[in-house]
Design a protein around this ligand. Structure first.
Ligand SMILES: C[S@@+](CC[C@H](N)C(=O)[O-])C[C@H]1O[C@@H](n2cnc3c(N)ncnc32)[C@H](O)[C@@H]1O
Length: 202
């Protein structure tokens, strides 16, 4: 992180807002804005969040599901526990074939929603980062097929690039509706966009 990058972050509107509203990341607003528009997380839902450290999306999901829902966060890194007992975390790797089973052991039933904001380590080489990101998103999609209930929803971050069309095609095969979303909180200069798969056709 350069000094210029740290200075720019301090001036960032959503960074300041997250600090004020005690969200662990500015990314929380990307989820809140998309969920507010498309209503894909409801009170009482079971949500699994893949690539969830430091936990901004976990806080946002907890707000949306309320006290009767359940939120499980998975990341390679440990996540500081959240105060609410219906938010749990698991150290895990999205690419691990045994992860679906480990997740299902912690859920009361199949998930209503699977989220994925996982990012690879950024190399700075566009094609490499795009390929690594699509690989993570593909593992997340495979996982979602196993842990989502029929008609469940899937919300995933992807980087734009030449492999994206095939990924969207695969999502269209699995979900009744697929939307491309660029929330206001996602920086215009960032190549990230979000895909929402509505209702797994199971
Ligand atoms: C942008 S951060 C997520 C931020 C989070 N949504 C929030 O609001 O706090 C991306 C995360 O993906 C995680 N990640 C990357 N590769 C992963 C993998 N193979 N399995 C699990 N997590 C992974 C990273 O450790 C990192 O914490």
């Amino acid at each position: 992180m350069t000094k210029a990058w740290l200075e720019k972050r301090k001036r960032d509107y959503y960074y300041q807002k997250a600090k004020k509203e005690k969200y662990r990341s500015r990314a929380a607003y990307k989820l809140l804005q998309a969920a507010s528009k498309y209503k894909f997380i409801r009170k009482g839902d079971i949500v699994v969040d893949l690539g969830s450290a430091p936990g901004g999306w976990l806080q946002a999901s907890r707000k949306l599901v309320g006290a009767k829902g359940f939120v499980l966060g998975v990341d390679l890194k440990p996540i500081d526990p959240l105060p609410e007992e219906n938010v749990q975390t698991l150290i895990g790797d999205i690419t691990d074939k045994k992860l679906a089973k480990k997740i299902m052991e912690l859920l009361p039933r199949k998930a209503d929603v699977v989220l994925c904001d996982a990012s690879p380590n950024i190399s700075g080489v566009w094609e490499v980062d795009h390929a690594r990101q699509i690989d993570l998103a593909t593992h997340a999609l495979r996982l979602a097929e196993r842990i989502l209930k029929r008609k469940g929803n899937f919300f995933v971050k992807v980087f734009q690039g030449d492999m994206l069309n095939d990924y969207i095609k695969e999502m269209k095969r699995l979900f009744y509706t697929v939307r491309l979303i660029k929330p206001q909180a996602s920086r215009a200069e960032s190549s990230e966009i979000f895909l929402l798969g509505i209702e797994l056709n199971g």
